[in-house]
Design a protein around this ligand. Structure first.
Ligand code: FES
Ligand SMILES: [Fe+2]
Length: 331
């Protein structure tokens, strides 16, 4: 079977990629003066970090004579210099210098190389993807306030999964799989609520602990299709920051950073580490199913399945690429 017929059978090839802020690198992956070519959204992006510390992102091909800026391009000051004739570009895609001419046409100075909005937040580099290059509609979310001092970054994970990104975040609304796949007796129930481009879900769960029953709270805040932050407050206090990024319509890069509060006793640290291991175990249980499943546009849902269709209805807004469409959703 050809790759194409496999993708058609799984229903992803024809699905568009949503617009939004998406993680494309961890901050430490792009050091000052470094140029990298990244493959996301079915295309390539060339990123660099200037001497001012700012990360910039542009399309790969030099508008002069078509050199690939990621293949030998270098950082000069804050700009990216093309390897072919040494034109330099600023982060806005404007030409800043041409070594062999005194007159740079003003049009080229303004911008001639398509650039991507970048936000570097909490150690993650995000770009704004929109197929029509529309301006960002919201801001990247930041971690919640740490109750005491600064969050401790304890674990970083990433996975590449053969699935459309919409399906990964649908998993949280799929109540029935929590017992079947993860063996957890309770699904994180609670209908989600919408607030502009943000989807929130608060779950209060009664749980048994060695110290007796206690009430735990799980707060999920998903900002756009590419970012969600989940805060677990019970005997532990853990923040799981997740990003899903389309590599293309059929492959998704999933990233996690997990934090805990500072100053934990040995005992609480052990419980916290066990909680983090459990979350990683759960995603590792989902991945084989995600890698092989297909998209069901009209699934056979029954009582107890969870609000997946409400989630999909809400998700459609990320495919409304034309702001002038009559049913376009405003923030
Ligand atoms: S192709 Fe880039 S400077 Fe000529
Ligand atoms: Fe799951």
């Amino acid at each position: 079977m050809s790759a194409e017929s496999t993708s058609l059978a799984r229903g992803y090839a024809g699905m568009p990629m949503p617009f939004g802020w998406f993680a494309v690198a961890m901050s430490g992956d792009i050091t000052t003066g470094q140029v990298k070519t990244l493959s996301y959204f079915g295309t390539e992006i060339v990123v660099w970090r200037g001497e001012d510390g700012v990360v910039n992102a542009v399309d790969p091909y030099c508008p002069h004579l078509g050199a690939h800026l990621g293949a030998g391009g270098t950082v000069v000051g804050n700009d990216l210099r093309c390897p072919f004739h040494h034109w330099s570009f600023g982060g806005n895609g404007g030409v800043t210098s041409i070594p062999y001419t005194k007159m740079i046409p003003p049009k080229l100075k303004r911008s001639c190389l398509p650039s991507w909005p970048v936000s570097e937040t909490d150690g993650v580099v995000y770009v704004w993807y929109h197929p029509n290059k529309a301006e960002p509609k919201w801001e990247v979310a930041t971690l919640p306030a740490c109750p005491d001092g600064d969050w401790v970054l304890a674990e970083v994970h990433d996975w590449v999964i053969n699935i459309h990104c919409q399906e990964i975040t649908e998993n949280g609304q799929d109540h029935a799989h929590f017992g079947a796949v993860h063996g957890v007796p309770y699904a994180p129930k609670g209908e989600f609520r919408l607030d502009g481009w943000v989807r929130r879900n608060t779950v209060i769960a009664e749980m048994n602990t060695p110290r007796g029953p206690m009430t735990g709270k799980i707060d999920v805040t998903a900002t756009g299709p590419g970012q969600s932050i989940t805060e677990y407050v019970d005997v532990t206090h853990v923040v799981q920051s997740q990003q899903v990024t389309p590599i293309d319509a059929e492959h998704t890069h999933l990233r996690w950073q997990m934090y805990h509060i500072p100053g934990l006793s040995d005992g609480r640290l052990r419980v916290t580490q066990a909680r983090m291991r459990d979350l990683v175990r759960q995603v590792n249980e989902d991945i084989p199913i995600w890698n092989a499943k297909r998209y069901m546009p009209t699934p056979l849902l029954v009582e107890g399945d969870g609000p997946m269709m409400a989630y999909r209805e809400q998700y459609k807004r990320y495919y409304q690429f034309d702001d002038n469409e009559p049913d376009s959703v405003a923030a």
